[in-house]
Design a protein around this ligand. Structure first.
Ligand code: 5GP
Ligand code: ZN
Length: 123
C-alpha cells in the first residue's frame, strides 16, 4: 500500500481502541483537531459502526479538552469525502474546528461555506 501519513500519526492527543485524534498541521483556527480511525479507510462511508462510535467518543473528549484549553465560542464538525468534496488525504478524518467570535465577518451558514457563495441563505 502507498504510505499514508494518517496511518502513523504520533503523538495523539486522545486515542481509544479504534481511533485517535491529533492537531491539524495547518489549523483553520486555534485548536483545529483531526480525528481518524486507526484502520486505513478512505472516507467516512467506509467505516464500521464501531469505528464511528469510537470517533464520536473522541469528538466528545476533544471538545471538552479544547473548551478547557482555548475556550472557543462554537465548533464546526466536518468530513470531506472524495476529491470533488475537497478531500486531500485519503485516510478518513473528521475535522473538529473551534470557532471564535469575530473570526470571520459573517459566519452564518457555517459548513454550507463548502460552496462559498451558497454559505448564507438568510440574507
Ligand atoms: P482534507 O482536505 O483531506 O479534508 O484535510 C486534510 C487535512 O490534513 C488538512 O487540514 C491538512 O492541514 C492536514 N494535514 C496534512 N498533512 C498533515 C500532517 O502531516 N500532519 C497533520 N497533523 N495534519 C496534516
Ligand atoms: Zn492511512
Amino acid at each position: 500500500m502507498v504510505s499514508c501519513i494518517f496511518c502513523n500519526m504520533q503523538p495523539p492527543i486522545f486515542e481509544n481502541d479504534l481511533a485517535l485524534a491529533f492537531f491539524d498541521k495547518n489549523p483553520v483556527s486555534k485548536g483545529h483537531v483531526l480525528l481518524v480511525p486507526k484502520r486505513h479507510a478512505k472516507d467516512y462511508f467506509k467505516l464500521t459502526s464501531e469505528e464511528k462510535l469510537a470517533l464520536d467518543d473522541l469528538l466528545g473528549l476533544c471538545k471538552g479538552y479544547l473548551d478547557n484549553l482555548y475556550k472557543p465560542d462554537a465548533y464546526n464538525i466536518g468530513a470531506n469525502c472524495g476529491l470533488e468534496a475537497g478531500q486531500t488525504v485519503f485516510h478518513c478524518h473528521i475535522h473538529l474546528i473551534p470557532r471564535y467570535a469575530g473570526d470571520m465577518a459573517n459566519p452564518t451558514g457555517g459548513v454550507r461555506g463548502v460552496i462559498p457563495e451558497k454559505q448564507n441563505y438568510k440574507d
